[in-house]
Design a binder for this molecule. Structure first.
Ligand SMILES: [Zn+2]
Length: 76
């Protein structure tokens, strides 16, 4: 956890405190490019985040700073 990093909502400019729990992170090319606080997320965006959470496993940032996610393998 990098304490000096400040996350700011792209719509209301609100700052996240310490954690991004409930926040929506927009990823582009493996890098986080935008953040949305829970108050600014539309139901659609919320649903999309839930689906991503359910279907992707986040591996976190690698040595190059890029974030990676892999589809969850469903055991059938
Ligand atoms: Zn906001």
């Amino acid at each position: 956890m990098n304490a000096s990093k400040v996350y700011r909502c792209g719509r209301c400019q609100r700052r996240a405190r310490r954690t991004l729990t409930g926040w929506n992170v927009t990823m582009r090319g493996g890098r986080p490019v935008g953040y949305l606080c829970p108050d600014c997320q539309t139901p659609d965006e919320n649903a999309e985040a839930e689906i991503n959470q359910a279907t992707l496993t986040y591996l976190g940032a690698g040595a190059d700073g890029r974030h990676r996610a892999v589809p969850k393998v469903s055991a059938s």
